[in-house]
Design a protein around this ligand. Structure first.
Ligand code: ADP
Ligand code: MG
Length: 635
């Protein structure tokens, strides 16, 4: 053997050993078989792996070491490979593994060894244990399948991305939400399709993929096909392959757009409410029925004048502040409120710790539990002292105006007889009179002058101090209506307005027209009515439709006015309310309306079931309202 030959034979054995080592490193074992696919030589690898003896595996006995379910398939494939002399035969199968006494997945590879003429001499091959990889693959496929099927039936967004941010899975929910179809998005860049280009999360995604550290929870907007934005709350996990390499991200998201909107709305409305309460100085109170504790908002402390630090949350704190004269009424009303579970509307006086008496108005409602028991009383309270004072002032003003007009009328009426008396005395003074008569006449003259002076002064008292201006009658009506809201609520009377047309400005004295409306509404609400409506309507009326103006009607379904009383309504001091009425309201109203060159009429019915009263006032748009006093009060 030449050196060369030895060297090459050494080389050959070296290569052979290397090859075997290599195969060993990657495989379970190597094998050889004859051209018909039968084991003829000893297969140490096969024997070691499967535990079969030579007798057992020789020929086609090796098939006995295959999993019964795989035998048929492998047999067929193998027969085809032998027949076709494929250049590389690869097949997966389960082989019995003697060491672990279990079936394990293996990949069998085989190549035919050919002679010079191209005929197959034998087959050589390797078997590789792929059980772990196979199991991982199966598990992965299984968990992926599960993920997908779960994702299709939950009301949530389901999404997986590969490590490049390309979409590998989307569920129907996401498609419905965004208006895309699966074909349009699968394989495409997620961020390009769904995310605002200015959004930072793309960067987060890539750094997360690299570091394996992604945000498990995140909220961000996605953009729908039509460009709408939806807020989604995500739960994210990284996906890894069997080697632990990050291959992508799986995310489940909830569409929280509406929730966010609702939260924002709630925050806004809470804020608005808080502001409204603050601005309107409305206090909120709450009584827990079971624990008998009282809860006051900051504004309550201001209204009741109680320092917050002295407040112990007992109901006593409230009762101590109620005016002694109103205590009984307040108690009775609250008892009724709780017993009948109806809304509470009350007005009463309180005495603050410093002794100041103030009026408050309180509204409340009850909260019931599932057994209809009252668990909580909640309500508002406002200080209405200044309104009460205004009301009182208005009442006084009505009386005062009435008294003034009365005096003026009387003065006017006696002016003419006075004038003739002055003439008579003057003529008498021209007569030849003796001492005592002349004396008496001069006394009469002096007294008469005094009466004339008083009369003139009286006329001067009743001055219309107000200057006429443009009056927005609709605003006025709404304003007056608002001031009666609490009263009508309390008495369970529906008070409505009906405005036909838009702007009805007219020239007049707003305060006086207000007085007319206040009286009309007071009368209507005291008429026993359950419904009161104020109608405002622009009209043309008068001869030849020359005058345009506004008609305000106050209509009630009260008990009406008896026929014999109708004539007397506009008389001063006519009232059916005894001590409570002045009987001056309509009389003063008529004076005011006439001064505005308008008309005031009253229609009423006392017929059972159809009773009611309509007070109708017409005010012309342009009236020459005198600057000073009413026409009938001129000297
Ligand atoms: P007062 O209201 O002080 O009694 P008014 O001059 O305003 O004085 O009213 C006079 C009377 O006219 C009332 O006492 C009442 O009998 C009657 N009256 C006025 N308006 C109505 C109405 N809407 N329904 C029934 N009666 C009314
Ligand atoms: Mg009245």
């Amino acid at each position: 053997m030449s050196t060369h030959e030895r060297a090459s034979s050494d080389d050959a054995s070296l290569y052979r050993r290397r090859f075997e080592a290599l195969v060993q490193a990657h495989s379970a074992f190597v094998w050889t078989c004859d051209r018909e696919g039968k084991f003829v030589d000893e297969q140490s690898g096969w024997a070691a792996y499967t535990g079969q003896t030579f007798e057992e595996y020789s020929g086609i006995g090796g098939f006995a070491a295959l999993h019964p379910e795989d035998r048929r398939r492998v047999w067929k494939e193998w027969a085809r490979a032998l027949k076709n002399q494929v250049s590389l035969y690869v097949i997966d199968m389960r082989l019995w593994h003697a060491a672990t006494q279990s079936w394990r997945w293996c990949t069998l590879r085989g190549v035919p060894v050919l002679d010079e003429s191209g005929e197959v001499i034998e087959w050589v091959g390797s078997a590789t244990d792929i059980d772990e990889a196979k199991r991982n693959e199966v598990n992965l496929r299984e968990s992926e399948r599960r993920f997908r099927s779960i994702m299709e039936c939950v009301q949530a967004v389901g999404l997986t991305l590969d490590a490049h941010g390309r979409i590998t899975f989307v569920n129907d929910y996401l498609m419905t939400l965004t208006g895309w179809t699966r074909e349009e998005v699968i394989g495409r860049d997620y961020f390009e399709i769904f995310i605002d280009p200015n959004c930072f999360i793309r960067d987060h995604f890539y750094t997360g993929i690299v570091s394996g550290d992604i945000f498990p929870h995140a909220e961000n907007e996605i953009i729908t096909r039509s460009g709408e934005r939806r807020m989604v709350a995500w739960d994210n996990t990284v996906l890894r392959d069997s080697n632990g390499e990050i291959v992508g991200v799986a995310s489940i998201g909830r569409d929280i757009t509406e929730k966010r909107k609702a939260e924002q709305e709630l925050r806004k409305s809470e804020e608005r409410l808080r502001l409204a309460l603050q601005v309107s100085r409305t206090g909120i109170w709450e009584v827990d029925v079971k624990s008998e504790t009282l809860n006051w908002s900051d504004e309550c402390f201001v209204i009741y004048g109680v320092p917050k630090q002295t407040f112990d949350g007992s109901a006593d704190q409230f009762w101590k502040r109620v005016h002694p004269d109103d205590l009984e009424m307040v108690r009775a009303e609250i008892q009724e409120f709780v017993a009948k579970k109806k809304p509470l509307v009350q007005e009463f006086r309180i005495v603050r710790p410093d002794g100041e008496v103030r009026w408050v108005s309180s509204l409340g409602h009850v909260t019931l539990d599932e057994n209809q028991n009252v668990v909580r009383l909640t309500g508002t309270v406002i200080d209405v002292t200044s309104r009460k004072q205004t009301e009182e002032a208005l009442r006084k003003a009505e009386r005062f105006a009435a008294a003034g007009r009365m005096a003026a009328t009387v003065a006017h009426e006696i002016n003419n007889p006075l004038a003739s008396l002055v003439n008579v005395v003057y003529l008498l003074g021209k007569q030849e009179l003796q001492g005592p008569e002349r004396e008496l006449l001069s006394i009469a003259n002096a007294e008469l002058s005094r009466v004339v002076r008083i009369s003139k002064q009286t006329l001067g008292f009743y001055q219309g101090e107000k200057v006429p201006a443009n009056v927005d009658i609709v605003a006025l009506v709404e304003d007056v209506k608002a001031s009666f809201e609490a009263v009508s609520l309390k008495r369970n009377i529906s008070l409505t307005t009906k405005i036909r047309g838009e702007k009805f400005a007219l020239h007049g004295i707003g305060d006086e027209i207000r007085q007319v409306l206040i009286n009309a509404l007071t009368n209507a609400l005291e008429s026993g009515a359950t419904r009161v409506e104020v109608r405002v309507r622009g009209i043309r009326q008068g001869r030849g439709n020359r005058r345009s103006g506004v008609r305000v009607s106050v209509i009630d379904n009260g008990k009406g006015i008896d026929r014999e009383n109708v004539r007397r309504l506009f008389e001063p001091f006519f009232t059916t309310k005894g001590e409570k009425g002045t009987g001056l309201g309509l009389w003063v109203s008529r004076g005011i309306v006439l001064k505005h060159e308008g008309e005031i009429t009253m229609r009423s019915s006392t017929r059972e079931g159809r009773s009611g009263t309509c007070l109708s006032i017409f005010l012309p748009t342009v009236a020459t309202v005198p600057l000073a006093t009413a026409a009938d009060a001129k000297v």
